[in-house]
Design a protein around this ligand. Structure first.
Ligand code: FES
Length: 87
């Protein structure tokens, strides 16, 4: 379990092991554009303001992963206890 802070909407959500960040965000009533929900299309790409990302998608290249400022929230998770997203 880790926390996701949504910088624009001012909410902090808990993301448990059995749910995606996308599910947590949608559960908080925030709509996000999605398509594949499998980490392959790039539609759900979201800016990350802080925190360590556990990238699990097939969209970003190594440089983009290392930069750590964007993620696919349908599949990727957090390595740190907290992520701050630009949502
Ligand atoms: Fe396709 Fe997330 S919805 S990568």
């Amino acid at each position: 379990t880790f926390e996701v802070e949504l910088a624009q909407s001012g909410q902090t959500l808990k993301v448990s092991e059995d749910m995606s960040i996308l599910e947590a965000v949608e559960g908080a009533g925030i709509s996000v554009m999605t398509s594949c929900e499998e980490g392959i299309c790039g539609t759900c790409e979201t800016s990350v303001l802080s925190g360590q990302i556990d990238h699990r998608d097939s969209v970003l290249n190594d440089e983009e992963r290392a930069a750590g400022d964007t993620m696919m929230i349908c599949v990727s998770r957090a390595k740190s206890d907290r992520l701050v997203l630009d949502l």
